[in-house]
Structure formats: C-alpha cells, structure tokens
Design a protein around this ligand. Structure first.
Ligand SMILES: *Cc1c(COP(=O)(O)O)cnc(C)c1O
Length: 369
C-alpha cells in the first residue's frame, strides 16, 4: 500500500485532536455559535501570553492587522514601514486601509527589520512601523521602539508567527501600540481561522471591539462605521484548547531546534539574538547555493520543506510600480534571503526517528555539494 510519499515528513502538521473536536461539538450543540462567552474567555486567557494586555479576538491575523491600522486612524496619505521579507498580509493590511507600505531591509541573522534601515525609511508621511517577528524570532524591539518614540510613530507588531516569543523577558505583542496574532492552522496554535489584537490601551481596545462588529457595543446603537470581523465561539473554543497546549508545544519546538542545531552540517542554522526567546514557528536554514535543488533532493529522501517566502513582497504584482517593475527599493538582504531560505519540519509532533531522518537527509544532501 505504501506509495512513494507514504513516509514523507510534512513541513507542518496542524493538530485537530479529540479535545478540539469535543470543544467544537460542545459549542455547536449549545446553539450559541457566534461571538459570545467562548470568545470572551479566549481573550481573557490569551492576555496571559501578552503580559496581561487587553485582547480583542477577530476572524484572522490579517483582520487583526487591518483593524489595528484603522483603529489607529492610519489611512490615505500615510506610510507604514514594513519588511518586504514577510507574508503578503503584512503589506496587504497597509494597502487595505489606503496607506502605503514602505519596505525596509532586514538583518541577515534574524530575518527581521533592520533598525538602521527603518530609521532611514522614515519620512514626513510615516505614521507607523510594523515589525514582523518572522519565523517566531522577535524583531529588534529594543532598538525599534526608541526610533518610533523619537519620531512619534505607532508600532504595530505582526506577531502572527510568534505566539509566546519574547525579547529580554518581554513577550512579543507587549511592546508596540498593538500586537497582532494569527490562528491559521499551520501557526504555533490555531482556531481553524482567527486572529487576536493585544494592546495596553483600553480606548484602542474599545475601538477595535467596535470596528470588528459594525461599530456597535449595544445592538443597533452603532457608534462608528465598522466591519464584521468577529470570531465565532466555535473557533474560540478550539483556540482555548490549543492555547492550553501551547507551552508544551513551544518547548517541543525549541527542543527539536536544539537537536537540529547540534546535528546539521553544510547549512547555516538559525541564529538566535541575545535575550531572544525564539518559538520556532519555522526552523529556517540558509542554503547558499542551489536551494531549490536541495529542497527537491530532500523531498526525494522523504523530507518535506518549504520556502517562506520565495518572492519578497515588493516583487509581488500588487506592489510593482505602474511600469510593472519593482519600486526603487534597495533590499539586498531581503533578496538574498528569498534565494537562500529553506524551512525544515520543526513541528511538535515530530518523533525522534523523524528528527534523525531530517538530520541525516540534510547532511547527506548539503555535504554532497
Ligand atoms: C499568517 C500571517 C499573517 C496573516 O494571518 P491570517 O490569519 O492568515 O490572516 C500575517 N502576517 C504574517 C507574518 C503571517 O505569517
């Protein structure tokens, strides 16, 4: 029965276990399925992850980013400094509110925004900086926050890949005006689909609650124009189950990373900055030559991998200039990362035998070049 890929190790393995299914069924049977007590409880429980900040649940990470920018009053005429080396959602959220993304280059080690490049990208139109904690490694918030303060800019953290990451003991999502999380199935925890905004500002939290629900706090007493970006109670119930498992899963990801760090040769393993707690949403190595061929050879050995992201955002169609060419961005580290990165399986359900197989395959393929 075994097909050629029967023992393929997939790059991600989302969990929908009995506890998740039972939680969803319990809510479905209750008949109260839309935003209600499960969402409120999920928000309360998630706030522990972000130093007790207010939490507002929404229907996706992209919605979290978009609503946050709206709530901060960012729109047409404004610029937001973002990395081009991220998932398109980071820049899409900026465009969705009518503002313009300004792309800054990344640091080669952490793959995150380079604070010097951010400082150089600030103009009189800049309204905010959006650091992305890519792969679960915190951005250099210790250097980015003073730059934002000096220029009076809001900081919106894209923490969609970094649930539980921290810098100097401070959790991501607890630095900026707001932190935005995703609960898409492949993230470190999921709610099928979903998102969360964290903020220390109760007024911003209230605006976010209004914006996600047609501008209403009291039914039919609409205060502002809002969207429908509510999370369902079914999703929140699943999210709550996953949140309880997150600490254990994160430790397993970190242990898996430690094992690979010690075993891999011929590739550059992911560096971790001083004082950073990396939660390894991805375990991303650099392959300096023939990355795509290495990926194929790993697949031939039953090891799945993925490239996040092969095309930097500034080279995606919606972000090209009117002439169909990329704008005048100077992003050498972004371009190099897009050519070299390869994310290996790191998910918590990997067995020791699978980890061994990954190490043996990578070492065989990389050393053979
Ligand atoms: C997943 C992700 C998002 C968007 O989250 P969704 O829940 O898929 O909308 C935004 N930014 C980054 C960096 C992501 O990885």
């Amino acid at each position: 029965m075994a097909g050629p890929n029967a023992d393929l190790i997939p790059p991600a393995r989302p969990v929908i276990g009995d506890a998740e299914i039972e939680a969803a069924v319990r809510v479905l049977r209750s008949g109260r399925v839309v935003q209600g007590p499960e969402v409120a409880a999920f928000e309360e429980e998630f706030s522990e992850l972000v130093a007790g900040r207010h939490c507002v649940a929404v229907n996706s990470g992209t919605s979290a980013l978009q609503l946050t920018l709206m709530a901060l009053g960012i729109g047409p005429g404004d610029e937001v400094v973002v990395p081009s080396f991220s998932f398109a959602a980071s820049a899409n959220a900026v465009r969705l509110v009518g503002a313009e993304p300004v792309f800054a280059d990344i640091e080669p080690d952490s793959f995150n925004l380079d604070p010097d490049a951010v400082a150089a990208a600030i103009t009189s139109r800049t309204a905010a900086i959006m650091p992305v904690h890519l792969y679960g490694h915190p951005a250099a918030m210790d250097r980015l926050m003073p730059i934002a303060e000096q220029h009076g800019l809001a900081v919106v953290e894209d923490a969609c890949q970094a649930h539980g990451a921290a810098l100097g003991g401070q959790p991501v999502g607890a630095f900026g005006a707001a932190g935005c999380f995703s609960f898409y199935p492949t993230k470190n925890m999921h709610a099928l689909e979903g998102g969360m905004v964290s903020t220390a500002d109760p007024a911003l939290a209230r605006t976010l609650r209004l914006l996600r629900n047609q501008g209403m706090e009291q039914r039919y007493a609409n205060e502002i124009v809002g969207a429908n970006m509510r999370m369902t109670d079914v999703a929140a119930a699943i999210g709550r189950v996953q949140l309880r498992q997150l600490p254990e899963w994160t430790e397993q990801r970190r242990a898996n990373a430690k094992f690979l760090d010690a075993r891999l040769t011929g590739v550059v393993t992911p560096p971790v900055a001083d004082a950073a707690r990396h939660v390894y949403h991805q375990y991303t190595v650099r392959v300096s030559e023939d990355r795509d061929a290495v990926q194929q050879e790993l697949l031939d050995r039953g090891v799945g991998s993925a490239v996040y992201y092969p095309t930097p955002i500034h080279r995606l169609k919606p972000y090209l200039g009117e002439d169909g060419r990329p704008g005048p961005w100077e992003l050498p580290e972004t371009e190099r990362a897009a050519r070299e990165v390869l994310s290996l399986p790191i998910h918590p359900s990997l067995t020791q035998a699978e980890l061994e197989r990954i190490a043996v395959a990578v070492n065989a393929v990389a050393v053979a070049r």
